[in-house]
Design a protein around this ligand. Structure first.
Ligand SMILES: [Zn+2]
Length: 186
């Protein structure tokens, strides 16, 4: 058996005459089926069929710290695509299209989302709700923008007071900046 075959729950992976159901599989009517998503391993010494799931689905839950890229800015919210969850190198499955309500962006009162976040910003945020929709907050000091490029010249912006500053364009714009901005490897 060579090559990696990805299987899904319910896929027929073997017949019981040849392989016994083991981890990640079950037998029914003489056939062996996958019971989880993973890679099929047919063991010709033990005569077992296993489905191994080295990277279980990384579904987001309340309280998770995530990284995202800000997409759109609306009047009352920012929209961000979650690309990673802190503490794992795995991607995120399921709903990754998140919103951050204007009241959940910064500790103080904000009525203008664009004074806190801009399209293209990379943010660290905490999941506050996953149902019925994915919602994030960037209120804490360790949350907020961790990296951003100048929209005009693509230079990496630097922190200047409470703003992010482009040293090429000599322009600053306000942001909700994380306390370790610029020092983050994602
Ligand atoms: Zn610039």
């Amino acid at each position: 058996m060579t090559g990696k075959i990805e299987v899904f729950p319910g896929d027929e992976v073997a017949v019981e005459e040849e392989y016994l159901a083991a981890e990640g599989t079950f037998a029914s009517d003489g056939k062996v089926y996958a019971s989880q998503i993973g890679v099929l391993e047919l063991d010709d010494d033990e005569y077992t069929a296993r489905v191994v799931s080295p990277n279980p689905p990384n579904v987001l839950k309340e309280g998770d710290i995530v990284y995202g890229i800000v997409g759109g800015i609306r009047k009352t919210m920012a929209i961000a695509e979650v690309v990673a969850s802190e503490g794992t190198r795995r991607g995120v499955t399921g709903d990754t299209n998140a919103t951050i309500h204007v009241s959940k962006i910064a500790p103080g009162y904000t009525d203008d989302v664009s004074k806190e976040l801009r399209s293209g910003d990379i943010i660290r945020a905490r999941v506050i709700s996953v149902s019925p929709s994915l919602q994030l907050t960037t209120k804490d000091e360790h949350l907020g923008v961790v990296r951003s490029m100048c929209g005009t010249c693509k230079t990496e912006l630097v922190v200047k007071g409470k703003n992010l500053h482009c040293e090429e364009c000599k322009q600053s714009s306000p942001r909700k900046i994380a306390d370790d901005y610029g020092d983050v490897k994602i």
